[in-house]
Structure formats: structure tokens, C-alpha cells
Design a protein around this ligand. Structure first.
Ligand SMILES: C[S@@+](CC[C@H](N)C(=O)[O-])C[C@H]1O[C@@H](n2cnc3c(N)ncnc32)[C@H](O)[C@@H]1O
Length: 230
């Protein structure tokens, strides 16, 4: 990894070489989002001040690499988006996606609205709600979540808002195997079709991002679950 050479005027670090390569034609937009996180989001207590120096690695790239598993043109709900992670990162890196940032807390949803406007993200909207409140009102191809709830809870929350064949992408850390053990009940029954652990972004972010991907059945009655580790 490149050492961060210096801070920008707003206190946000400049992008590493990996980040510049990753964001290709939109590095300026990603830097503007990092500036918002380092500035307004930190001042309002949405992000700890200690995170500012490691925004690119620990937050932006850690989230961005999950785009690998998201199909072209998908409707994505980012559950518990907070300050926009991973939802805003996905929206700015993947203009083909339609991203709904689902966040119940007022000051976080206000920040999200401001960030979407400031970054000119035509492919992102903010919905101030708990995900459970959206059942029967909205549905999506993909639900993403990072640092929101245990896997078993995320599966229960998201399956009802996913279209047939849709998937949950849950970013998880060290505790992933314990979370899978605790989720065995929900992972083993309909409407879950398959689940797998994926390691994403090797060579882009260190450590690579780990995500549990839980696919919803295409149709009622589809055969049971399988486990794949990659
Ligand atoms: C620890 S923060 C994580 C924020 C962001 N995903 C990240 O990685 O930085 C968890 C967020 O989940 C939100 N949240 C909690 N329960 C929720 C629910 N039932 N539906 C949607 N969001 C929820 C909280 O308001 C909070 O903003």
C-alpha cells in the first residue's frame, strides 16, 4: 500500500494509488465524498475523528470492492447506510445502479440527502425508515449492509424486501463464522436459496473485504440451501 503523503486542506487524506486506480474516471467525486466524511460527517459525530486518516482503505475501498458481486443495472437498497457506506460509494462508482439509502436516524438521513445533492448523484435516493417498514412497499434486487446487525437479523429483515432471485450482500469481519453458526436456522430454510462467503478486493484493499452473500429463491418451492466458501 502507498503511504499517505499528506492531508488535503480539509483534513481528508488524498487517495492511495490503489484508490486512484480503482476509481478511474471518477476520482474527483470519490475525493469530494471523502472530504464530506472528513468534514461535515465527522463534525456532526457520524464518524469518529480517528477514522479520518484511514477513510480510503478502511471505508471507501473496503465498501467499493463489493461492487464485483452486484449485477449490472440492479436496484440496490443499502440498509443502515449511516454516512453512506457502502451505498454512496456504490452509487458513485457504478452509475448503472439505482441505490436507495435506507436510514432511520434523522441526522444521518439529513447528511445523506446533503451528500447526494452535493455529489450530484442522480442514481441515489434517501429513504428515512427502518428496513422492516418497507415490507410490501418497496422491493430490490440487492440489499447491502455493513456494521448494521447480526447476519441472522439481516436475513430476516431483507428477504421480504428482495425480489425473487435477489441477494443480500452483508459485509462482515472477523466474527463471520460465529454469525453464520448463529444464523444456521434462517439460512437453512426458504426463502433462502444459497449462501456463500466471498473474499473481495484482493490486491485493492488490505485486508480484503469479506462478505456473506445470501441469495433469495427464484420461486417458491425451489430446492434448499447450499454452502460455498471462496
Ligand atoms: C453502525 S452504523 C453503520 C453505518 C454504515 N453502514 C457504515 O458501515 O458505516 C448502523 C446504522 O444502521 C442503522 N439501522 C439500525 N437499525 C436499522 C434498521 N432496522 N433498518 C435500517 N437501518 C438501521 C442505524 O441507524 C445506523 O445508522
Amino acid at each position: 500500500m502507498n503511504a499517505v503523503p499528506r492531508e488535503t486542506a480539509g483534513g481528508a487524506p488524498p487517495p492511495s494509488r490503489e484508490a486512484r486506480e480503482f476509481f478511474g474516471d471518477r476520482p474527483g467525486l470519490a475525493q469530494r465524498y471523502v472530504d464530506l466524511l472528513a468534514g461535515v460527517a465527522t463534525e456532526r459525530g457520524l464518524l469518529g475523528p480517528r477514522e479520518v486518516g484511514r477513510l480510503w482503505e478502511r471505508h471507501i475501498l473496503n465498501c467499493a470492492v463489493i461492487h464485483e458481486v452486484i449485477p449490472t443495472g440492479a436496484d440496490v437498497a443499502d440498509i443502515g447506510s449511516g454516512a453512506g457506506l457502502p451505498g454512496i460509494v456504490l452509487a458513485l462508482h457504478r452509475p448503472d445502479l439505482s441505490v436507495t439509502l435506507v436510514e432511520p436516524m434523522l441526522r444521518r438521513s439529513v447528511f445523506l440527502e446533503e451528500a447526494v445533492t452535493e455529489l450530484g448523484l442522480a442514481n441515489a435516493v434517501v429513504v428515512r425508515a427502518r428496513i422492516e417498514e418497507l415490507r410490501g412497499r418497496m422491493d430490490f434486487d440487492v440489499a447491502t449492509a455493513r456494521a448494521v446487525a447480526p447476519l441472522r437479523t439481516l436475513v430476516r429483515w431483507t428477504m421480504p424486501v428482495l425480489r425473487p432471485g435477489g441477494m443480500l450482500v452483508a459485509v462482515k469481519g472477523e466474527s463471520v463464522m460465529d454469525e453464520i453458526d448463529a444464523a444456521a436456522g434462517v439460512l437453512g430454510r426458504a426463502p433462502v436459496a444459497t449462501w456463500e462467503i466471498r473474499t473481495l478486493g484482493a490486491g485493492v484493499v488490505e485486508p480484503p473485504t469479506r462478505a456473506v452473500i445470501v441469495a433469495r429463491q427464484e420461486a417458491v418451492g425451489q430446492a434448499g440451501t447450499e454452502q460455498r466458501l471462496r
